[in-house]
Every structure is written in structure tokens, then in C-alpha cells.
Design a protein around this ligand. Structure first.
Ligand code: NAD
Length: 512
């Protein structure tokens, strides 16, 4: 990211944005915002390229993804350095979230998209089974707009792009203006993999450019970002009658039961809360722990968090806040909590030793749901811990939110952990693990309530970039349909008799 400030307007009228590193506050570059005309041209290029791209076999499309994977492995340092420069996050996070997950995505969808999208023969029920053959064909939608946020500019653009492409669509991507260089690396990757012109296009810019993309005649928007923007996208897509998938924010709860191994649950909770400096859509943002172990658990969390290293270079665990606007939100939530009685056990504010955008890894207690830190998305390196008297109370508080993205349960008894998980109103839940759903394509990823509409990844995700078109073939070459007219009372009586037999008798219902 970075700190984004408006720059000069170019001679041909494009707005520019200047970016500074969140770690060093030094300038790291500038982007020109694509205009409406640029976006229209990108969509046109994608539209022209789409028929030839979708006419390729799955194997042919997979070969491009395989080449992109090889390029990603070869050029991983370049991607890592770009992501680190604009985010100030820990190197391990760029390696895991961007390179590891990127290679996995390219490989997985190259191998599996054909299986997800092969035509499906369906046997109609009842009498129709004797008359009709049904096959569902997964047709690409056409041109897909992929709009992504700043907290995962490379992987979120790549992963959605790969799925849309393997399904036979072409793509116009619009990464966040806060982290534009990581997003642009996806275009570089596909260019280096030799993708035909117009198949994967990228437009740089801010919300104006994103809004222009929604209006530019695409066939679907795959949006990842905030609830506020998600609502605008949904409205615009509704007006245009195009589908959208909305992967939005969260306020994910963690429940810790009495029987856990405390060091493991504490370490897992810390990992879930601090990954990507807490700027992880399904990172844990509030912890409900059974009161009989609350003190020991909290002490362990504090011990671990206090030992975390924060720095702007070299080896460290907790990096910068990627965006100055997010820093303001985090500070606001902390101040609000403290003013209402929250107790800071470690951390608690800006890191005075670093000049960049750094919030110290923080643990707070004495928090409740009157505070923003327990109800609004904070997106920062903070763990608020609440002792609870029962699992019922934990579940009630976990569900006391407008969000529903992900959630975590730490419970030694696996079956009970799953039972608790099933009662949490969230898109997904991890038991004895942290926020892994996005990395497991077999687990459809998406939010409930304000956290989104639709699901991404795996079979569901790839099919989401298609229209399932049933083709129905009459086994008797239309002979029966050809006898539709003239209507006659004799035929009406016959139909009514059939209705009585089929749904008015046990044997009929069994047959139908
Ligand atoms: P944001 O909504 O501000 O911006 C997201 C993208 O939308 C950016 O590219 C932005 O330029 C663009 N945009 C802004 N206004 C637009 C408009 N009117 N029309 C079209 N595009 C527009 O979100 P952000 O601050 O970049 O990202 C952080 C949010 O993303 C957090 O809430 C986080 O939880 C969420 N997120 C969700 C997931 C998920 O999978 N559910 C994953 C990552 C991040």
C-alpha cells in the first residue's frame, strides 16, 4: 500500500495517484487511473478475445496456467518484493499467501476445472424420465470483472482470475489503488505465460475506475472488498441485471472451550489474529473463552503477543498497517474501547519506535458489545478477549453481529467442536485451526449476513463463472409435442385422470 495521495493529472486527462510505503513512508510509485474510455476499451478487448479463448480445450487453457505457475516460481522474488514494498507485511506472509497459494490455485484449477465443468447428464423424475434426456452444459458467462481489495492484491486477483479463465471467460481486473503494484503482477504473470491478447486485462485506478468497470458491459462482477462498496456493486449489478459475487468483510469470532490444550489454543488464536497484521478478511477479531480457563489462556496469549517482533525491515512477525485510513479506524476502535473501560494487557497503540504505520501487537480485555472493537471490522493486530460462563453464551455472543464471514472453535472434543461450529452463523468455521477455508478449494468460501453473497473457490466457485445451461432432448423427436393442438376436453379429462393416479395414490407418488 500505502499512503495514497492525488498526483498531477496527465496531459491526456488521466488522474494520477502517488503511493508511499506504509513501512518507510518513502514514495514507491505512481499510477494513472484508467478512465471510462480505458475501461470500455479493456472490456472490448476482452469481449473480442473471449470466443477464441472459450473455444480452446480445457487442456489448452490449463497449459497456459501451467506456464504461469512456472513463471511464478521463477519470478517469485519479484512478486514478494513488490508485495512487501507496498504492504510492509512480513516476508513469510507474502511467501505463503501469494506464492504458495498462487501456485496451488494455478495448479489446482488447471487440473480440476474440466472435472467441475464437464456436461452433466440428469435423469428426469417421474414420467419425464421416459420422455426426455437432460444434459447440463456449463457455458462461460463471457467477460468477468474482478475487483479486489488492498489486503491481498496479488492472490485475490490471481485466484479469481484463474477460475474465471479456466471456465472459458476473459477477465478485466481492477486491483485496489492502495496496493496496485501487487495486482499488476498478475497481469505480468499472464503476459509472461503467453496468454493471448485480451484474455486477461488489467485496469488501474480507484473506486471511479471500479464503478466504470461495473457499468462497462461485463457479464459478471466478482468483487472482494468492504460491505459499503459491496452494497454499491450489488445495486449497480442489480440495475444492469448482471450477477455478482460479493466477498465482503467480517468480525470473525473464536470460541475456546474449557477442555483445550491451552498453549495450542492460545498460539492458534494469536496466529489467526495477527496474520497479515490482522488485515485478513477471515482473521479472528474477537475471542470468547470459557471463564474457568480464561486467566490462564489470556496470560498465555499475552506472553506470546508480547514476544512478537515488529519491524520495518529484516525478520519480524507483525508488519505495518497497509493503509493510513485503516490505521485511523484501528486507533478509533482502540480509543473507543479504552474510553468505555477496556483494559490493555500488552501493546495498545502506535509503535513509537517505527516511523511507518505500525500498531503494536495488542491484547485487550474488559470489552463488551457496546464497543466498536467488538462489533465493527477493526482489521488490525488486536485480540479482544471475553470470558464467558457457558458455551451457550459464547455462541450467542459469536452470533451477535451483522457479519458472518468465518469463525473458529478451539475444542479438544472434536465432535462437540463441530456441534458448536454448526451453531455459528458464519460462512465457514474452522475447528482447531485458523482461517484456512480460503486455502482449501474443496470448502466453498463466502459470507453470510453482511459478509457477502455467493461463494468462491473449488467446484462452486468455477461454476459461478458459468451459466449452467440444460439442454433437453425429447426421446421421441417431438412427436408428442407436435400433438399439442387442438386442445380437447377428452385430453383434459385424461390429464386429470393421470394427475389423480400419479399424486393421489401411493403407487403413483412412488412412481413420480
Ligand atoms: P473497498 O471496498 O474500499 O475497495 C475494494 C475495491 O473496490 C478496490 O479495488 C476499490 O478501488 C474498489 N471500489 C471502491 N469503490 C468502488 C465502486 N463504487 N465501484 C466499484 N469498485 C469500487 O475495500 P478495501 O478497503 O480495499 O478492502 C478491505 C475490505 O475487504 C475489508 O472489509 C475486508 O474484510 C474485505 N475482504 C474480504 C475478503 C473476502 O474474501 N470476504 C477478502 C479480502 C478482503
Amino acid at each position: 500500500m500505502a499512503i495514497v495521495t492525488p498526483g498531477e493529472t496527465t496531459a491526456d486527462g488521466r488522474r494520477t495517484l502517488r503511493l508511499a510505503s506504509p513501512a518507510t513512508l518513502e514514495p514507491i510509485g505512481e499510477i494513472e487511473c484508467a478512465t471510462e474510455a480505458d475501461v470500455t476499451a479493456a472490456v472490448r478487448a476482452a469481449r473480442e478475445a473471449q470466443p477464441a479463448w472459450s473455444a480452446l480445450s480445457f487442456d489448452e487453457r490449463a497449459r497456459y496456467m501451467d506456464r504461469a505457475r512456472k513463471v511464478l516460481i521463477e519470478r517469485q522474488e519479484e512478486v514478494i518484493e513488490t508485495v512487501l514494498a507496498e504492504s510492509g507485511k512480513a516476508r513469510a506472509e507474502a511467501i505463503n499467501m501469494d506464492i504458495f497459494a498462487g501456485c496451488d490455485s494455478l495448479c489446482y484449477y488447471a487440473k480440476n476445472a474440466e472435472r467441475f465443468l464437464r456436461p452433466q447428464h440428469k435423469r428426469p423424475h417421474g414420467m419425464m424420465r421416459f420422455l426426455k434426456k437432460v444434459t447440463v452444459f456449463y457455458q462461460p458467462l463471457g467477460v468477468v470483472g474482478v475487483i479486489t481489495p488492498w489486503n491481498g492484491p496479488f492472490i485475490l486477483t490471481l485466484n479469481a482470475g484463474v477460475q474465471a479463465l479456466m471456465a472459458g471467460n476473459t477477465v478485466v481486473a481492477k486491483p485496489s489503488e492502495v496496493t496496485p503494484f501487487g495486482g499488476a503482477k498478475v497481469r505480468d504473470l499472464f503476459d509472461a505465460a503467453g496468454l493471448p491478447d485480451g484474455v486477461f486485462n488489467l485496469v488501474e485506478g480507484d473506486g471511479e475506475t471500479g464503478a466504470a468497470l461495473v457499468e462497462a458491459g461485463v457479464d459478471k462482477i466478482h468483487f472482494t472488498g468492504s460491505v459499503r462498496t459491496g452494497r454499491k456493486i450489488a445495486e449497480a449489478c442489480g440495475r444492469r441485471l448482471i450477477p455478482c459475487t460479493l466477498e465482503l468483510g467480517g468480525k470473525d469470532p473464536t470460541i475456546v472451550t474449557s477442555d483445550v490444550d491451552i498453549p495450542t489454543a492460545a498460539a492458534g488464536t494469536v496466529a489467526a489474529s495477527f496474520m497479515n497484521t490482522g488485515q485478513f478478511c477471515c482473521g479472528s477479531e474477537r475471542v470468547y473463552v470459557m471463564s474457568d480457563i480464561a486467566e490462564e489462556f489470556t496470560d498465555e496469549v499475552v506472553r506470546l503477543v508480547a514476544a512478537m517482533r515488529q519491524a520495518d525491515h529484516g525478520e519480524f512477525d507483525v508488519g505495518a498497517i497497509f493503509w493510513d485510513k485503516q490505521l485511523e479506524i484501528i486507533e478509533d476502535h482502540l480509543n473507543d474501547a479504552v474510553s468505555k473501560g477496556a483494559k490493555v494487557l500488552t501493546g495498545g497503540g502506535r509503535n513509537p519506535d517505527l516511523k511507518g504505520l505500525y500498531i503494536e501487537p495488542t491484547v485487550i480485555t474488559d470489552v463488551d458489545h457496546s464497543m466498536k472493537i467488538m462489533t465493527e471490522e477493526t482489521f488490525g493486530p488486536i485480540i479482544p478477549i471475553v470470558p464467558v460462563e457457558s458455551e451457550e453464551e459464547a455462541i450467542r455472543l459469536a452470533n451477535d453481529t451483522t457479519y458472518g464471514l468465518s469463525s473458529t472453535v478451539w475444542c479438544n472434543d472434536e465432535a462437540r467442536g463441530v456441534e458448536i461450529a454448526r451453531r455459528i452463523q458464519a460462512g465457514s468455521t474452522c475447528v482447531n485451526d485458523m482461517a484456512v477455508t480460503y486455502g482449501i478449494p474443496e470448502a466453498p468460501f463466502g459470507g453470510r449476513k453482511d459478509s457477502g453473497i455467493g461463494q468462491a473457490n473449488g467446484e462452486v466457485g468455477v461454476r459461478g463463472f458459468c451459466h449452467p445451461q440444460p439442454v433437453i432432448v425429447d426421446r421421441f423427436k417431438g412427436k408428442q409435442t407436435a400433438q399439442t393442438y387442438p386442445y380437447s376436453s377428452k385430453n383434459d379429462k385424461l390429464t386429470q385422470r393421470i394427475i389423480k393416479i400419479l399424486w393421489g395414490t401411493p403407487i403413483g407418488r412412488w412412481l413420480s
